[in-house]
Design a protein around this ligand. Structure first.
Ligand code: BYC
Length: 299
């Protein structure tokens, strides 16, 4: 079947199928950005591994951060099925020519941020990513199935951590509330610009890469999260939140802040990229050793 017939039948496009150049380019852009987000996303929580308050929390956090590295690897592999090389994609990330999610340019200032990232950031990621399990491109859709299972576990551990703090001492409760106050709005920005300012959505939906628009998914996330905040006993920092009988309506998002973060002017952009480049340079010997083994046919 040709490309349009496969799309019309809601079948999957596979690497050897003919596909329009624009479809290939869009997938490479989105999958690479997604992979970069996973590995840059290790940094805010990774900062807290050595300061986890118990062995149990440390083991959970280590496993979560390691899972994010794994997600990056599945996604770089999915991108490579489109004819690109992960080394080139990493060069594009390191030189600022490919993006990663805006959310990881915010700092994790306290232990409660670890729980809040799990609850809100992984929560938003799940809402965005579950529909990608039905993406028209097979390798991306399949990678997303396992990623979503793991993200779902991450979200629950974040919720459980916050629930513990919210029912702890007054200081712990205040710490939890402060973290939620700081992460709420940036989490809503993860879904991308409003639909009327999203240049890629219409074509990506026509190609079955995106199944819902940015605003639809953002609304789904708010509807899911408001009742969870009530269970936690924490408030969301939006005085305009109100239920209209069907949806939770939310206040105005500061899109100027979003655009600033995308331009590179967020609180941690420079730090995140510098650390990523340093980690890449520090790992050069591993790549050289792996190449040497592969060249000898040992690998
Ligand atoms: N941040 O036309 P639009 C995770 C860019 S990792 C930065 O709506 P599109 C996790 C967009 O790229 C979560 N840039 O774009 C990891 C475009 O610019 P370019 C990452 C953004 O692609 C560790 C321009 O704005 N998830 O889960 O149709 C720990 C116009 O936007 C953002 C994914 O990557 C943003 N927030 O839709 C915990 C999911 N939003 O490229 C958790 C896969 C927009 O034309 N990606 N831009 O220069 C997607 O679903 C879509 O790419 C987006 C954007 C919804 C993000």
């Amino acid at each position: 079947m040709d490309f349009d017939a496969l799309l019309a039948a809601d079948a999957r496009i596979e690497p050897r199928d003919r596909m329009p150049d624009g479809y290939r380019r869009t997938l490479i852009r989105q999958i690479a950005q997604h992979a970069h987000s996973e590995i840059i996303g290790m940094q805010p929580e990774g900062d807290w591994i050595t300061r986890a308050p118990s062995l149990r929390r440390k083991a959970i956090l280590l496993a979560k951060v390691q899972d994010e590295a794994g997600h990056g690897l599945y996604l770089y592999s999915a991108a490579e099925t489109l004819g690109v090389d992960r080394a080139d994609l990493l060069d594009l990330l390191h030189s600022g020519r490919q993006r990663y999610s805006s959310i990881f340019n915010y700092p994790a200032l306290g232990w409660a941020d670890v729980g809040t990232i799990g609850w809100l950031v992984d929560g938003a990621a799940i809402v965005n990513q579950v529909p990608i399990c039905r993406c028209s491109y097979g390798p991306y859709a399949r990678a997303m199935v396992r990623i979503c299972k793991e993200e779902s576990f991450h979200q629950r551990q974040g919720f459980e951590l916050l629930l513990t703090l919210a029912h702890g001492t007054a200081g712990q409760r205040a710490m939890a509330q402060d973290a939620v106050d700081r992460w709420w709005w940036p989490s809503l920005m993860m879904f991308g610009p409003p639909d009327e300012e999203s240049p890629n959505t219409a074509q990506s939906m026509a190609w079955g890469i995106k199944r819902h628009s940015n605003d639809e998914l953002r609304q789904r996330f708010v509807d899911m999260t408001v009742p969870q905040a009530e269970v936690l006993g924490l408030t969301l920092p939006d005085r305009d939140l109100s239920f209209d009988g069907e949806h939770w309506r939310y206040g105005e998002i500061d899109w100027a802040e979003f655009r600033a973060v995308l331009r590179g002017d967020g609180p941690c952009n420079a730090e995140r990229i510098a650390r990523r480049r340093a980690a890449h340079d520090d790992g050069a010997w591993v790549r050289e050793a792996a190449d040497a083994y592969a060249a000898k046919g040992v690998a």
